[in-house]
Design a binder for this molecule. Structure first.
Ligand code: BEZ
Length: 211
């Protein structure tokens, strides 16, 4: 069955480049990003893994653990690590799951047989501290992802989890946000002391809370 937003994500035990992981325990009370890539020693994957290593400190700042996966065994992940460091300038600094029997990939629907029945597609799952799925995206093997967009979404998810707001198109940290329609103007007065601009009764814009 397809994993949907709000579902508790499947737990699993797996071998990784940092040793065995029991997924829910490994996540603890952190946010998490689980992402799959098709194959070690392939060009797009090599660039993506280097980019996630570059951005690791940004995920850390957001209390977010990152873990990758492909259907290669862990020994191949270790073997590919040298190429990532050499060509991307950033050494692997997060665990990669080896999933040669596709046990995790199948639980998460990362194999799309009409694209490839042997390798995972480029899936991303953002998981909240409550172990519930907050976002999922799927890219084809031929398109490398933009992991700064994943950080942007995490910023939005963490903000909207705390305040009665939503974030508009292309929003970035520090920019104005939208007061959710379920909040009355009376309630908004207490929650948003900096005030707001009413463009339409359903579209009220306020400075980002907490900055
Ligand atoms: C790549 O990472 O470059 C790649 C992997 C599988 C299929 C196509 C491209």
């Amino acid at each position: 069955m397809t994993l949907q937003l709000g579902d508790t994500v499947p737990d699993f035990k797996a071998d990784t480049t940092d040793g065995p992981v029991s997924f829910h325990d490994w996540l603890g009370s952190s946010w998490g990003v689980l992402f799959s890539h098709p194959k070690d020693f392939t060009p797009v994957c090599t660039t993506e893994l280097g980019e996630v290593a570059r951005l690791k400190k940004e995920f850390d700042k957001r209390n977010t653990k990152v873990i990758g996966l492909s259907v290669d065994p862990v020994k191949d992940h270790h073997a590919g690590a040298g190429d990532i460091k050499e060509t991307q300038g950033h050494a692997l600094n997060f665990p990669l799951i080896g999933d040669p029997d596709k046990a995790v990939a199948n639980k998460y629907g990362m194999i799309h047989p009409n694209a490839s029945d042997t390798a995972t597609v480029r899936s991303v799952f953002v998981i909240g501290p409550d172990k519930k799925l907050k976002l999922s995206i799927t890219y084809p093997a031929s398109t490398g992802r933009n992991f700064e967009e994943i950080l942007r979404v995490i910023d939005s998810l963490q903000l909207t989890a705390q305040h009665s707001v939503a974030t508009p198109v292309n929003w970035k940290q520090g920019e104005d946000v939208i007061i959710v329609p379920s909040i009355t103007d009376e309630q908004a007065k207490a929650k948003f002391p900096k005030g707001w601009k009413t463009l339409k009764p359903y579209l009220r814009v306020t400075p980002q809370p907490g900055v």
